[in-house]
Ligand binder design. Sequence first.
Ligand code: CA2
Length: 145
Amino acid sequence: MHLLVLNGPNLNLLGLREPEHYGSRTYDDLVALIEHHCAQKGIAVTCRQSNHEGVLVELIQEAIGRYDGIVINPAAYTHTSIALLDALKAVGLPTVEVHISDPDTREDFRRISYVRSACLATVKGKGLEGYLEAVDILVEAIAAL
Ligand code: CA2
C-alpha cells in the first residue's frame, strides 16, 4: 500500500508563524511524524507540499496507478477550489481531508469545504497528530475495499 499526503499553500511555514493555530512544529517535523507512523504500519508514503493550485491538481491526477489513497490538507484552497474537488472526483481514489486547526470554529469563510464531498472522512482540530488519524482511517478504508 502506498499513500500520498498532500499539503497546500503556506503549510511549508509550519512552526514559523501562527503557533496559536498550527503549533510550533515545522513542516519537516510533520513529514517525519507521518513517515515514522507509516513505517510502523508497514506502508509506503510520499509527502508533497505546494503553494500552487495547479501543481496540486497535477499531483492528484498523477496519483492514479501510483497511490492507493490520498490524505489532503488543501489549506486555504479548501475554501475556494472547485478545481481540487474536480481532480479528486476524477481520480476517484479514497481520500481523507485533514486540518490542523478546526476551521469550523474560526472565521465564517473557513466553514465551506469544497473538497469535503470527495472525501470519505474529515479530521480537524487535532494538530499534526490528525494526519496520523487520517492515515489510519484511509488504511482501514482501503483494506475494506
Ligand atoms: O487548519 C488547517 O490545517 C488549515 O487547512 C490551514 C490553512 C487554513 O487556510 C485553513 O482554513 C485551515 C492555512 C495554512 C497556513 O499555514 C501556516 C502555517 C504557519 C504559518 C502561517 C500559515
